[in-house]
Design a protein around this ligand. Structure first.
Ligand SMILES: Cc1ncc(COP(=O)(O)O)c(C=O)c1O
Length: 387
């Protein structure tokens, strides 16, 4: 895989930041923009986590640490996995990464090594998947998600796309951009398929703590990440720590060994004091998370009701994360046209569904990580602009 890299093929992952910079440019011109484009909680990092970071700095815990991460944090993750997924991985199976996003690259880089290798993932999906697969030059097998199936990836569709070259299947539940959560039997079937057809399963569980009525399930419970499942999770979303750049992977040891080498040659290690500060995020009080999820539920209900009241829009109720993915086909505009129109005419920044794949056409993505009053205001402005 040594062909010249087409850097343009990576731009699929940059669409979100392009919208953000357009919105910022309008703000510099004096316009007021209501923001629904970026997938970032508007809450602050819990104070006990910030205190732990200050303490780690005061303790001069500022040197290099092992590439795989500090033992204390890896032990906390071991317990966390036991409590939330029901099995205890070995410490050697846990790697601290600078966010889940680079974890996607490290995982795929460690597993995929031939052009013929095929990777199955959903369309729409988090843009990094497609961008990394473009970079690796392997075969992409996107599976269109169906609104009739509430945007859940259907194991039947996965099975229909499996070939002898299938190397990895990526799942993301709760999901960005649709907020869908796969059911237990669907998750179990995907894990079963991975075993039957001997492919790897990359399960991006960054929103695992962010569900409403439907429970989170992980396919990792089948092989306990010993054989073929790689879990990616992190601190950005559940603990409001997007800028800290901290995530982790739990993977079979041979894969972990490769990922660890990639970390040590590219980033050396994740910042030591940040790792230490993250321990109480997992082991300390979870009050902030519970309160935030209550707030997110109210915001979700407000935005879903609001979007459904706009002529030409129809919107399912998301079961996890903090995104809605309304169908806007009846407006007669494309996703991009409507997103541009709403930004300039309604002062509302949201994303065209096509940023997440071609089957995102006909949809917009709203990240409702913002106040209920702003959500209500945005709905009024969208209605006025479209009237
Ligand atoms: C599905 C998914 N995976 C991974 C990430 C990246 O998270 P992190 O901030 O830990 O890199 C995001 C962020 O939006 C996401 O939506």
């Amino acid at each position: 895989m040594n062909e010249e890299l087409d850097f343009e093929s990576l731009r699929t992952g940059a669409g979100i930041f392009e919208v953000l910079s357009k919105a910022k440019a309008l703000e510099r011109e004096g316009k007021t923009i209501l923001h629904f484009e970026i997938g970032q909680p508007d809450f602050h990092t819990p104070s006990h986590v910030k205190d732990a970071a200050k303490q780690a700095l005061d303790d001069n815990f500022t040197g290099y640490v092992p590439a795989a991460g500090i033992r204390g944090l890896r032990e906390a993750i071991q317990d966390e996995i036991e409590q939330t997924r029901g099995f205890k991985p070995s410490l050697e199976q846990i790697l601290i990464t600078p966010g889940a996003n680079p974890g996607i690259y490290f995982t795929l880089r460690a597993i995929v090594n031939k052009h013929a290798d095929e990777v199955i993932f959903s369309d729409p999906s988090f843009p990094t998947y497609g961008a990394v697969l473009n970079y690796l030059g392997c075969a992409k097998k996107p599976i269109p998600l169906k609104e009739e199936n509430k945007f859940r990836l259907d194991p039947v569709d996965i099975e229909a796309n499996i070939s002898k070259n299938t190397k990895v299947v990526i799942i993301n539940s709760p999901m960005n951009p649709t907020g869908s959560v796969m059911k237990e039997d669907e998750i179990n079937r995907v894990a079963e398929l991975a075993e039957e057809h001997e492919f790897y399963l990359l399960t991006d569980e960054i929103y695992s703590k962010m569900t409403y009525d439907q429970k989170f399930h992980s396919p990792s419970t089948r092989d306990c990440t010993k054989e073929r499942t790689v879990i990616l999770d992190g601190f950005s979303k559940a603990y409001n720590m997007t800028g800290w750049r901290l995530g982790y992977a739990v993977a079979p040891e041979p894969i972990m060994d490769r990922m660890s080498l990639l970390i040590s040659t590219t980033v050396s290690c994740v910042a030591s004091f940040i790792q230490r500060a993250a321990i109480p995020a997992l082991t300390g009080p979870q009050t902030d998370l519970h309160n935030n999820m209550k707030a997110f539920r109210l915001r979700r209900d407000t935005i879903v009701e609001g979007l459904n009241s706009i002529p030409g829009f129809s919107c399912l109720t998301p079961q996890g994360a903090f995104y809605t993915f309304p169908n806007i086909k009846q407006t007669g505009m494309s996703s991009k046209e409507l997103a541009d129109f709403l930004l300039t005419e309604a002062g509302v920044a949201c994303l065209p569904g096509t940023i997440f794949g071609e089957h995102g056409e006909g949809y917009l993505r709203f990240s409702y990580a913002t106040d209920v009053s702003i959500i209500q205001q945005a709905i009024v402005q969208v209605k006025d602009a479209l009237a």
